[in-house]
Ligand binder design. Structure first.
Ligand code: SF4
Length: 369
């Protein structure tokens, strides 16, 4: 994921000129391009997006523009890879340095080594791998190879239950917290049914007996944004705002999810706020750009971030408007820069794992769960 330096002519452009030139380039490209904006992008990017959503919804949105040749994905690298796998369009990531620190916590070599060690320590037991969509394409391909599935934060309980129906145990990566919260939702005990796999320690930091006893092996990964939210912040919000509802993402730690009133994906968070009666007060535990946007779009509610120290996703933030302008203007000139291409051998197996996710039963999720 190497990013070439931004050409000097783009570095000192003012906000107004950048906005006007992005609009002009987009108009010149017309139907040939669709711009996707993840909820965690800054407003100066979202204003140019044809669609906004979470990573999975955005791929579906892009396929509603069959005439588009190019997707400019304003998100992070694994999202652009998923778009390349799931659509027939050429995918551009405005800044190749926009990765995801959680996705980077598991790589294919570590996961292959873990799989070998686990299956050797627990022979004859059928493990099913489940990867969060926040993972590299070659990890999705690994899951496709071994009969597992991809999941999102929306459908994780359905995906994990499906995996348990196919086998006896689950290896879940890369986010231990989504894995733990999901298993707890399915009725499993976080103390006795789960272990954490640390890729830097022999046997993941466990004994062979630990592995044989566990139902779930959770990769030691986390989201640097959602890990910031704490039980103490929830307690403080309840003191400072009487009647506040606390709404957090399931990438938060189990204790935080358990102390909240509601938890769910970014789409769930948005729908929950939209459906609430006017005058409701919300303390939200997710990325600050989404929280601020919800606050400005819902003045009838009181909405604030659970973490008083503002917490943007630093890698999402690398999609600066100057990079978007550069990629669009190059496209106008007939040059495709920053194209994300998943190799064909990886693509086939990754698509198998994503197709398995699409074949899962739909999520029927009440807004109050
Ligand atoms: S918010 Fe967390 S999981 Fe999402 S892109 Fe940023 S680091 Fe990755």
């Amino acid at each position: 994921m190497k990013q070439v330096p931004l050409p000097a002519e783009y570095i000192d452009l003012g906000t107004d000129e950048t906005r006007a030139r992005i609009q002009a380039a987009k108009a010149a490209l017309g139907n040939r391009v669709v711009i996707l904006g993840h909820h965690y992008q800054r407003d100066e990017i979202i204003e140019h997006a044809d669609f906004r959503g979470d990573s999975y919804k955005l791929c579906l949105d892009a396929s509603r523009r069959p005439e588009a040749e190019f997707i400019v994905f304003c998100g992070v690298h694994f999202m652009a890879e998923s778009a390349d796998i799931l659509t027939d369009k050429r995918v551009i990531l405005p800044n190749m340095a926009a990765g995801c620190s959680m996705a980077d916590m598991a790589n294919i070599f570590q996961v292959r080594a873990a799989w070998k060690a686990i299956t050797e320590a627990d022979p004859g037991v059928k493990y099913i791998p489940v990867t969060y969509i926040n993972s590299a394409a070659n990890l999705k391909a690994f899951v496709g190879q071994y009969g597992g599935t991809v999941c999102t934060s929306t459908n994780a309980p359905v995906a994990v239950q499906w995996a348990l129906d196919q086998g006896e145990k689950v290896l879940f990566f890369p986010d231990q917290h989504l894995g733990r919260n999901t298993a707890v939702k399915l009725g499993y005990n976080p103390e006795t049914d789960m272990i954490v796999w640390d890729p830097f320690k022999p046997l993941g930091g466990n004994t062979a007996e630990d592995i044989r006893r566990a139902k779930f092996i959770l990769w030691k990964g986390h989201c640097s944004v959602h890990k910031r939210f704490t039980v103490e912040q929830i307690a403080a919000a309840r003191v400072s705002h009487s009647g506040v509802k606390v709404l957090v993402h399931p990438e938060c730690e189990l204790e935080v999810v358990q102390a909240s009133d509601y938890n769910g994906s970014t789409e769930f968070i948005i729908k929950t706020v939209e459906a609430a009666p006017a005058g409701t007060t919300w303390a939200i535990g997710t990325e600050i750009n989404l929280v601020n946007r919800l606050a400005s779009e819902h003045p009838e509610q009181t909405i604030f971030c659970l973490d008083p120290q503002i917490c943007p996703c630093s890698t999402m933030y690398r999609i600066h408007p100057s990079f978007l302008l550069w990629t669009l203007e190059r496209l106008v000139d007939g040059e495709v820069v920053n194209e994300v291409i998943v190799p064909d051998d990886v693509k086939g197996l990754a698509l198998k794992a994503l197709d398995q996710m699409l074949a899962l039963p739909p999520v029927v999720k009440a807004l109050t769960d």
